[in-house]
Ligand binder design. Structure first.
Ligand code: ADP
Length: 303
């Protein structure tokens, strides 16, 4: 039994193919992360899986229900945290939860019974009567997350859950998401943050131009797609050095601005060479998910 199964999913807007034949399988209780540059098709994929956008072709099965035909029934068992907080600013914290509960045909008593635990979960136990405008960005995010749990969903979709939050607020959201995973919930999130993906997700897929171009655990992606060590070389003469020396000492060198990234299996000779050149600074580190991401999707800006 999978909680989400997608086969040969396609969606175009005019001549723009946004989702170009993707397959997905989410097992119960796993945290799956979708990574990709802006415009890759992540949000559209999420919207298709929620039955909010109709596919051109392909199959979507959520918790045993076919979408879009059974979208309404499926959504009763799904929680959604959208990219932008869409809490109602005219209502209090508690009222926002009450109003949301009505979408799921929950009785006022049922919703009222769930609210204390949800406020506790959001760290807003004493803020139930506050206006939304009085909340910080982190509090709003936590409330949006708590709101997504009002129907006790099995599967939770989060679109960039920590974008715009400060480090403290991000850590608190991560802690809450881990708590949900420990309760056995299945999580599907999109993110731009490699550290977020690495910390939370057991499995990741990298999407670009509507296609899944790689997938696996964070460790597998690094092992499979990139040399294990990176030496970043900085300085005015870094590019010249890379051309005349670095390129021979590393498997691969890439320039970005004034930094040269050298990818190697064994950095010994590279470091020896750099040690004799005080005009160049360098950092030697293990390869990470960001290196994989940049390798797969390129270093060009996507706006
Ligand atoms: P991501 O979430 O990875 O940034 P999106 O799924 O939001 O990517 O968008 C992928 C592409 O689809 C973009 O080029 C975007 O302009 C286009 N797109 C998304 N929604 C629509 C829409 N409703 N109508 C037309 N184009 C859209």
């Amino acid at each position: 039994m999978t909680h989400l199964q997608v086969r040969a999913l396609r969606k175009s807007y005019g001549a723009n193919t946004v989702v170009d034949g993707i397959d997905l399988d989410l097992a119960p209780g796993e945290c799956f992360g979708l990574l990709g540059p802006n415009g890759a098709g992540k949000t559209t994929t999420l919207r298709l899986c929620l039955g909010l956008t109709a596919p051109d072709s392909g199959d979507i099965n959520v918790l045993g229900m076919r979408l879009p035909a059974e979208a309404r029934r499926a959504r009763a068992r799904i929680g959604v945290v959208p990219q932008m907080d869409n809490l109602d600013p005219d209502f209090t914290v508690r009222e926002n939860l009450q109003v949301y509960g009505r979408y799921f045909d929950l009785s006022a008593q049922e919703v009222a019974a769930r609210i204390p635990a949800l406020l506790e979960f959001a760290g807003l136990a004493n803020r139930g009567d506050d206006n939304i405008r009085a909340l910080s960005g982190g509090m709003k995010r936590r409330l949006t997350l708590a709101r997504a749990l009002i129907n006790d969903p099995d599967l939770i979709f989060l679109d960039e859950p920590t974008t715009g939050l400060d480090p403290q607020a991000r850590h608190l959201i991560w802690q809450r998401l881990r708590q949900l995973l420990a309760q056995g919930k299945t999580i599907f999130l999109t993110t731009h943050f490699m550290d977020e993906a690495e910390r939370l997700c057991g499995r990741l897929a990298v999407m670009d131009h509507g296609r899944m171009i790689a997938s696996g655990s964070p460790r597998e992606l690094v092992d499979r797609h990139i040399e294990p060590q990176v030496v970043e070389v900085f300085g005015d003469s870094a590019e010249n050095w890379a051309r005349d020396h670095g390129a021979q000492l590393a498997e691969r060198c890439e320039s970005a601005g004034e930094t040269v990234f050298c990818y190697v299996h064994d950095a010994t000779h590279l470091i020896d060479d750099l040690a004799a050149r005080p005009e160049l600074r360098y950092v030697h580190r293990p390869a990470n998910l960001e290196d994989v991401f940049l390798r797969l999707t390129g270093r060009d800006l996507r706006d």
